[in-house]
Design a binder for this molecule. Structure first.
Ligand SMILES: NC(=O)c1ccc[n+]([C@@H]2O[C@H](COP(=O)([O-])OP(=O)(O)OC[C@H]3O[C@@H](n4cnc5c(N)ncnc54)[C@H](O)[C@@H]3O)[C@@H](O)[C@H]2O)c1
Length: 429
């Protein structure tokens, strides 16, 4: 397989060209022939013009790449090494929604030939590739795994908005369904990954490794959020405490905040689901999720309390929320926990204006039925710096003052304005 790909006798395909799939497809396309497949024609049309619909890559990333962008599954027949990178969300009950990954498995199953490889990159619970996906591949291809085709799992570790830890600079964990496929898959990723490849001993180990990376972050952030709830009652600033504790060499550097998006806020639910299916009720993981999922409402309540304390009727109050994306310096609004803050405020009758330098107003309306404003207007009773985008952290107190009433409150979710605010009531997590 390796030689055939390198000699351009066959192609590699990418199924799902989002934040994860497109960079991988383009990186491979610098070295070998690639078919990039996605079900969304509008996204494929943009990519054909050298535009990344997820706004992560510049047009330079598309240069010198041997890639066919397509919505036609028949084009996948030209490829023998298929990588699946479709979303793995949760449903409204926070249970895994495997629909995209199973649909993609069906698409690949229908074009699968003897000798082909299928590698999953989507984050899933341990066991999902073998128990849920392979049966679909076998059903639609009428072929047998191991004998006729090989399967592997290689989780993606990129971090949205992070320009330093990019795909080729992150060690890639790979695995296969037998020793031969494990080695071949590792060698094929070595074509593009400069940081090197770690060969996991099995598909389940590779799946579990990825899910615990994000679960560990979730639990650590939940601990910081819990500390913030305690320190708020104590009247102590959490960031000051963390700065002091952080002077010890082995104190871990995590901070309180909102945990949204489609990775850290979602993946622990996959692990928890699997644990429960095995008869174990995970307490640490579920507690972490509970705390982190409650933070948006908590910040909203703190804001309302402070508004009421100034003698203002919430029904007459106006609040500006700065930032709607799920984290700083990205345009992705999916599973943004800022929405929980806004919901809490509006339930108290507060009028809320929302701004964001990168989010798409149409998407915000589609997803949350919220009208994104171009800029603040008039005076507000509170400003919530919800997402510390690089554009926002530059602002000095006078910028905030120009949009605040005299008694106006500044709510600084991530503590980035600490030490800068002197003439307004100030609160941070
Ligand atoms: N975004 C990240 O930073 C990141 C990091 C590590 C891991 N992951 C994981 O990688 C996977 C993909 O995430 P993403 O952020 O790239 O998602 P995404 O939503 O950005 O992109 C997914 C793409 O798949 C397409 N798609 C959906 N169903 C399809 C199907 N059946 N066939 C073909 N294409 C289909 C969508 O149109 C979209 O273009 C998820 O499991 C995610 O948890 C994401």
């Amino acid at each position: 397989m390796y030689n055939k790909l390198i000699n351009k006798e066959t192609k590699l395909s990418l199924i799902g060209l989002g934040y994860v799939g497109l960079p991988i497809a383009l990186e491979f396309a610098k070295k070998i022939k690639v078919v990039g497949f996605d079900i969304k024609p509008e996204r494929v049309d943009l990519m054909k013009k050298g535009i990344d619909p997820s706004n992560e890559l510049t047009s330079d990333a598309f240069k010198n790449s041997d890639i066919l962008f397509t919505c036609d599954p028949k084009d996948l027949k030209e490829a023998s090494f298929h990588i699946i990178a479709v979303p793995t969300p949760t449903n409204i009950y926070n249970l895994p929604d495997l629909t995209p990954v199973l649909k993609a498995s069906e698409t690949v199953g229908k074009i699968l030939k003897k000798g082909d490889y299928v590698v999953y990159e989507s984050t899933v619970y341990p066991g999902c590739t073998e128990e849920d996906c392979i049966p679909v591949l076998e059903k639609f291809s009428k072929l047998s795994v191991g004998k006729d085709f090989k399967v592997g799992f290689s989780p993606e570790r990129i971090n949205p908005g992070d320009q330093n830890h990019t795909l080729t600079k992150i060690i890639k964990v790979t695995s296969g369904c037998d020793p031969e496929s494990a080695e071949n898959i590792a060698k094929i990723y070595e074509i593009i990954i400069k940081a090197g490849v770690y060969r996991a001993s099995s598909i389940k180990v590779a799946e579990a490794a990825k899910i615990i990376e994000n679960t560990q972050r979730d639990i650590n952030i939940a601990f910081m959020n819990e500390l913030s709830l305690i320190f708020n009652r104590l009247g102590v600033n959490t960031f000051e405490v963390l700065e002091a504790a952080g002077t010890k060499w082995n104190f871990l550097k995590f901070y309180p905040g909102l945990v949204g998006g489609h990775c850290i806020g979602v993946d622990p639910y996959y692990l928890s689901f699997k644990a429960k299916a095995l008869g174990y009720h995970p307490q640490m993981i579920d507690s972490g999720r509970f705390i982190n999922d409650s933070m948006g409402r908590y910040i909203g309540k703190q804001t309302v309390k402070k508004i009421i304390a100034t003698g203002m009727n919430p029904n007459k109050a106006r609040v500006l929320v700065m930032g709607i994306t799920f984290k700083e310096d990205v345009t992705d609004i999916r599973n943004s926990k800022v929405v929980d803050i806004i919901t809490e405020l509006t339930e108290f009758g507060i009028t809320v204006d929302v701004i964001d330098p990168g989010a798409n107003a149409h998407e915000v309306h589609e997803e949350y039925k919220l009208e994104l404003k171009n800029q603040p207007s008039g005076k507000y009773d509170a400003i919530i710096l919800a997402v510390s985008h690089r554009e926002y952290i530059k602002f000095e107190e006078k910028w905030f003052s120009s949009f605040l009433n005299k008694e106006g409150i500044i709510i600084d979710v991530k503590g980035v304005l600490r030490g800068k605010i002197n003439s307004h009531p100030y609160w941070s997590l």
